[in-house]
Design a protein around this ligand. Structure first.
Ligand SMILES: Nc1ncnc2c1ncn2[C@@H]1O[C@H](COP(=O)(O)OP(=O)(O)OP(=O)(O)O)[C@@H](O)[C@H]1O
Length: 745
């Protein structure tokens, strides 16, 4: 329900909008019908009026001329007004027809819009936890309605004003025309009256002249002719007026057409804007969800590339029948893994099908078991045909650790597994083993001495592959690859980090590989809370370290330094403080290293000072705090160092000291810290980022640092600068001799 809650809210929102639009259109349709009816009525009335006018005109023609003219004018005015109204109504009708057409066109769009909105709503519901979707507020709705009403009222007012203006103009024109007509008609009437008077006078005169009869007849005839002429003139005027009315109607129609065209263009523009808004809306949401998914590692959480990718497993139980029952029991009962990790879900089925693979997953996510389970299952039982699986690790400690995990997973299965760390291979011993776990150097030694035959190997695993493809190991890896001559060999590369050049090189040795990437590549695990502390100088580091111990720590703690010399110096500083501390580096013997690791694992040692020897692959489950006393030499080194905590789903903490010397790589590492969810001081990002060459140079060799203990840095610096002057140097070295001579004297 929680999952689909925003879906319903979105849906409701959009349904409300949808209904609103629909109602508006329905109202428009209703109004349109009403208007159409009104227009029809008006037209009918108008026709009636016109008929009446015609009748009146006829009657008036028979009666008095003056009254007739007045009535005609009035009627004409009425007609014009009616025509204007008619025109307005026609405009409205046309607009409404357009709206109607739009509505008809929009009908399928309703469905589209509805689907589109539902799709978006569905996406929203998918990310319900990240998108707080508030239901539309009633106040906002009311405001929207008010605004809509206001807009409509304003539009109506504007239309009314325009109509009034048009009416006024038309009336003015009409009045002008009427006045002109009246004047003309008045003149005509005057003429008529004058003629009448003249006729009367003439008659009188005729009577006087005794020609009365003849004159009267003539006058009567003349009067009749005059009347006919007058009637003809009146009819002509009427026709002229009618023509003028027709012209005006035509003009009005033209205006209406222009208005209609403008309305059409505006409507088209509105439609285009609506479509643009919808597209923008959709794109915005799509990008929003993408970013959300990216920020929550949803997209890069699980990426599998390749062809014919076997289906992943969701549980170890799904492996029933695919792996020996004993192995399944070891996983579920003996070791107690309940569910496979993501890398295991993807890679176990792939390796069971003997496919080449690149597996990249964050530190502490069970990559060892991801390749150990299918390898043991594929080999099934011991065959006396030589080494069938070879696992190469960069350090002896890691090889020993992997050996232990293989032993645990293959318990009860007759497989011969050896770790070539301390063991010296007996002649022909390699022919009797199934799995060899080794470091590159030792393996190459046996290959070169023909003490080991790898032609029967069907599986080769390069653990911490990116490290093994670095220049230091590359020649040895090349020899190992050449020694594995079996054409059906499966090659697997695993690491928590993989940079592009190394990956490209690695891909050249794989055939039709499947690449599995869990999480964002080359990013520290988000189970580790990371912190950067500026210490100023070496002394500051010691003070900061003591402060951390004073604040309280939960052992065991792992402290990383950049060299064995510095490990020794720090060890002396801390042992002097009475702390339960030990150190491990490559200069110690194998036995010393093993003892230190065992004691650290058992909790006998609380604080272990280590070089990068311990940075990769070492699994100390109980380590909760990692301190980078010396800033790591590279980003990859940082990721592996802090990956010694926060393993197998547990949380951890990592603190990194830095001085001004470390500013080169500071921004890069700060970026990784930020991406994995921890806080970083913002000023670090305002620093000028180093060039690619600077980064390469910094990563190629460790930084020169002042010693941790002994003489204070400024004294040492002063002495070094002082002795740079050759003369001073000679004097400095001569002084003791002269003293001794004087003493002798
Ligand atoms: N399915 C599982 N369920 C619970 N714990 C597991 C599972 N698989 C492995 N582990 C445990 O997770 C821890 C880390 O495993 P592993 O050392 O293989 O990690 P990794 O990915 O190789 O780490 P790194 O990159 O540092 O080498 C081990 O303690 C291992 O026992």
């Amino acid at each position: 329900m929680i999952f689909f809650f925003p879906y319903f809210i979105f849906n409701r929102e959009f349904l409300v909008l949808f209904q609103k639009e629909k109602n508006q259109n329905q109202n428009q349709n209703q109004n349109q019908n009403q208007n159409q009816n009104q227009n029809q009525n008006q037209n009918q009335n108008q026709n009636q009026n016109q008929n009446q006018n015609q009748n009146q005109n006829q009657n008036q023609n028979q009666n008095q001329n003056q009254n007739q003219n007045q009535n005609q004018n009035q009627n004409q005015n009425q007609n014009q007004n009616q025509n204007q109204n008619q025109n307005q109504n026609q405009n409205q009708n046309q607009n409404q027809n357009q709206n109607q057409n739009q509505n008809q066109n929009q009908k399928p769009r309703y469905i589209k819009n509805f689907l589109l909105r539902n799709l978006v709503a569905f996406f929203a519901s998918f990310y319900s936890y990240y998108i707080p979707v508030a239901p539309p507020k009633e106040e906002e709705k009311e405001k929207d309605n008010e605004n809509d009403d206001k807009n409509e009222i304003e539009k109506d007012k504007e239309n009314e004003k325009e109509n009034e203006k048009d009416n006024e103009n038309d009336n003015e024109k009409d009045n002008e025309n009427d006045n002109e007509n009246e004047k003309e008609k008045d003149n005509e009437n005057d003429n008529e009256n004058e003629n009448e008077k003249d006729n009367e006078n003439d008659n009188e005169k005729d009577n006087e002249n005794d020609n009365e009869n003849d004159n009267e007849k003539d006058n009567e005839k003349d009067n009749e002719n005059e009347k006919d002429n007058e009637n003809e003139n009146e009819n002509e005027n009427e026709n002229e007026n009618e023509n003028e009315n027709d012209n005006e109607i035509e003009k009005d129609n033209e205006k209406e057409k222009e208005n209609d065209d403008e309305n059409e263009i505006e409507n088209e523009k509105d439609n285009e804007n609506d479509n643009e808004n919808k597209i923008f809306f959709f794109i915005f949401f799509f990008i929003f969800f993408l970013l959300k998914m990216l920020s929550q590692d949803q997209i890069f959480k699980k990426l599998v590339y390749g062809v014919d990718i076997p289906d992943p497993i969701e549980s170890f139980e799904k492996l029933t029948g695919k792996i020996p029952k004993q192995v399944l029991d070891n996983i579920l009962i003996d070791i107690g893994y309940q569910t496979p990790t993501q890398i295991q879900m993807q890679t176990i089925p792939i390796l069971l099908k003997d496919r080449d693979i690149i597996g990249c997953a964050p530190t502490g996510t069970g990559k060892t078991a991801a390749f150990a389970i299918p390898i043991i299952s594929n080999l099934k039982f011991h065959k006396k045909q030589g080494c069938r699986a070879l696992i190469v690790s960069p350090t002896k400690e890691l090889a020993s650790q992997t050996f232990r995990e293989f032993q645990a997973l293959s318990k009860g299965i007759n497989l011969k597994i050896i770790a070539l760390t301390k063991k010296i291979l007996q002649p022909k011993e390699s022919e009797n083993v199934d799995i060899i776990i080794t470091t590159p150097l030792r393996l190459v030694y046996y290959i070169q001495n023909n003490q080991i035959n790898l032609s029967s190997a069907t599986c080769l695993v390069l653990d911490e592959a990116d490290k093994l493809f670095e220049m230091g190991f590359l020649p040895q890896i090349d020899k190992i690859l050449n020694a594995c001559t079996n054409s059906k060999i499966t090659r697997c590369l695993f690491s928590a980090t993989m940079i592009k050049p190394v990956e490209d090189m690695a891909l050249t040795v794989l055939r039709n590989p499947i690449k599995v990437v869990i999480g964002i590549p080359n990013i520290a695990t988000n189970l580790v809370e990371q912190k950067l502390i500026f210490t100023g100088n070496e002394e500051g580091k010691i003070l900061a370290l003591k402060q951390i111990f004073q604040d309280g720590i939960k052992p065991p703690v792992l402290i990383f330094v950049q060299s064995k010399e510095r490990a020794q110096q720090l060890y002396q500083e801390l042992i002097y403080e009475g702390m339960n501390v030990d150190l491990i580096h490559s200069a110690l013997s194998n036995i010393q290293r093993k003892i230190v690791i065992d004691e650290f694992r058992s909790g006998k040692i609380w604080i272990l000072i280590a070089t990068d020897l311990m940075a990769r692959g070492m699994n100390f489950l109980s380590v909760e705090l990692v301190i980078n006393f010396d800033f790591p030499q590279s980003l990859i080194s940082y990721i592996h160092r802090i990956g010694r905590t926060g393993r197998a789903g547990r949380v951890g903490k990592a603190i990194t000291f830095f001085t001004e010397q470390d500013s080169g790589l500071l921004q890069r590492i700060a970026n990784v810290i930020k991406k994995s969810g921890s806080e970083v001081p913002q000023w670090i990002f305002s620093l000028k980022p180093p060039s690619h060459q600077t980064i390469k140079r910094l990563e190629s060799k460790p930084r020169k640092r002042d010693p941790i203990s002994g003489k204070k840095p400024f004294q040492k610096k002063f002495k070094r600068n002082f002795l740079r002057n050759k003369k001073r140097k000679k004097k400095f070295h001569k002084k003791p001799k002269s003293k001794s001579k004087s003493n002798q004297k």
